[in-house]
Design a protein. Structure first.
Length: 240
């Protein structure tokens, strides 16, 4: 499904990110993924996924982002697919938020997201082809007891997807986002049991999602099989 494609996945060592790496590689793509602090996890993942490549990239540092992507284009003819997966969260109620707390989340989830997309898109425009998959969250679409800064930035992903799909359509670049629901692992492990049970009770399929559920949807949207899907925020939440 993705044979011959080169994909760059940001935040490739976490629960969803590592599954994205495995899934895209499983469909034949050449996978490059970024990490920041998880060097051991990155090394282990590249050992597990044949042909994959990891690069250290701090999403808070625009100069580093630009340099890393320039180096990728120096080594690879093109990047066909960008998966914007890297994000952080903080368990901090509004009344306790400091300016630094807000700046930290915005620096990664919004500013870093914008500038890694800008850096990669330059090459896609030259090639007149590309696919961008943004990773949103149900936290940005529902009334949920989640950290404000995380919910706010994930809601912003929806607007970014719409805007970029309109701006980049003339270059044959598609832009969609995947909206995961409550998952069984990753940051969702911090969700209190009563909230988890309530979600599953009202979920049509009766379970929490998995990283594989999300990765399979992202891979499909990145493929030519989804060539008529553009500017969409597509939920994989089991039916809420």
């Amino acid at each position: 499904m993705l044979k011959g494609k080169t994909v760059f996945i940001t935040g490739g060592t976490g629960y969803i990110g590592s599954e994205l790496v495995r899934t895209f590689a499983g469909y034949g793509a050449r996978v490059i993924f970024s990490f920041n602090r998880g060097a051991d996890k990155a090394e282990k993942l590249t050992g597990e996924v044949a042909g994959s490549e990891s690069v250290k990239m701090n999403m808070r540092d625009v100069k580093e982002i630009t340099h890393v992507v320039e180096q990728l284009y120096a080594r690879h003819e093109k990047i066909d697919i960008l998966v914007n997966n890297a994000a952080i969260s903080q368990v901090m109620p509004l009344a306790m938020l400091d300016e630094d707390d807000v700046d930290e989340v915005l620096a990664v989830n919004m500013k870093g997201l914008i500038f890694v997309t800008k850096a990669v898109v330059r090459g896609m425009i030259r090639n007149k082809s590309g696919v961008i998959i943004n990773m949103g969250s149900i936290a940005g679409q529902r009334i949920l007891d989640v950290p404000l800064t995380y919910a706010m930035t994930k809601a912003a992903v929806n607007g970014m997807t719409f805007s970029l799909a309109a701006e980049l359509k003339r270059f044959n670049i598609r832009v969609n986002s995947v909206i995961p629901g409550l998952l069984a692992g990753g940051v969702a492990r911090a969700v209190p049991d009563d909230l988890r049970d309530d979600f599953i009770k009202h979920c049509a399929v009766g379970r929490a999602g998995t990283a594989a559920d999300i990765a399979e949807l992202a891979a499909f949207l990145a493929s030519d099989k989804a060539s008529y899907i553009n500017g969409q925020n597509i939920a994989s939440d089991g039916g809420i």
